[in-house]
Design a protein around this ligand. Structure first.
Ligand code: ATP
Length: 248
């Protein structure tokens, strides 16, 4: 039940579709009520950014694709909002980059973990990590520290959409390369990221996949050049400028 009764030509179609998917995610027991609040915050920033992928965000998506392709063990972290908004798109990105999918929740309950894993499987995922929870992120309290030892615990590159600031900082402190999707360029997650992607997850994930497919045959040197040339400070400033310019 992903569709809504609004014509695609409606000027706020994407935003209404997003809202609808999140609401449906809550009904399915995938998204938490806090997830609704996070969505509201994201929507406000998306509005200020003109509800589009800026050139700078597109460059970040390309750099993220290059990092995922270069990685020894890339993992895509999936929370309740990401699962409700882009389940099939995350499965496609995992396939395009050879990444694992791992469910990772701020408000972790066994039931919600299972539901999200099932939801991803219904959208084509073969293996979903996160349920073993036999690894820990140092510096976080018990429930929020849990990860799979052979998933995020072992990953060198992690894509974390809509991550809370504490965990983003803790993952960075473990030396992982963090690719963060967050519409707020001032959030701690975006500020901590190796690659901050200031774009709506519903555009960013397909955007990274498109770049990954275009770069499939790129040499290691080419991928390294793309990741090294990426300027995180410039990406954060460009997002702030886009918001301030009010050029909607
Ligand atoms: P932090 O702890 O990182 O400083 P926070 O407390 O605002 O920030 P949360 O509420 O846990 O973090 O996470 C929500 C974040 O996700 C917000 O920054 C919000 O802008 C962003 N967000 C919400 N919906 C989307 C979306 N669809 N696409 C991208 N980002 C989104």
């Amino acid at each position: 039940m992903d569709e809504i009764d609004v014509p695609e030509s409606h000027p706020r179609y994407e935003s209404l579709l997003t809202r609808h998917r999140i609401e449906h995610g809550v009904d399915l027991g995938i998204t938490s009520r806090q997830g609704l609040i996070a969505q509201g915050r994201g929507e406000a920033y998306d509005y200020l950014l003109g509800e589009r992928t800026t050139e700078s965000a597109d460059r970040a998506e390309r750099a993220a694709a290059a990092h995922l392709l270069r990685a020894d063990h890339p993992v895509l972290s999936v929370n309740g909002n990401a699962a409700a908004l882009v389940p099939g798109e995350l499965v496609e990105l995992a396939a395009a980059t050879g990444a694992d999918l791992e469910v990772n929740l701020f408000n972790r309950t066994a039931e919600r973990m299972e539901r999200i894993a099932d939801h991803l499987r219904e959208h084509g995922a073969e293996e979903v990590k996160g349920l073993d929870a036999d690894g820990r992120i140092p510096g976080l309290d018990h429930e929020r520290a849990k990860v799979d030892a052979d998933g995020i615990g072992d990953a060198d590159v992690v894509l974390v959409p809509l991550e809370d600031g504490d965990r983003a900082e803790a993952l960075a402190a473990m030396g992982k390369t963090e690719l963060v999707i967050d519409l707020n360029p001032l959030s701690r997650s975006a500020q901590t990221a190796t690659v901050p992607i200031v774009d709506n997850i519903i555009r960013a994930v397909p955007g990274i996949t498109e770049h990954a497919r275009a770069l499939t045959d790129a040499s290691r040197e080419e991928l390294e050049r793309i990741t090294e040339e990426f300027d995180r400070e410039a990406a954060l400033s460009a997002a702030e400028d886009a918001i301030r310019s009010g050029d909607l």
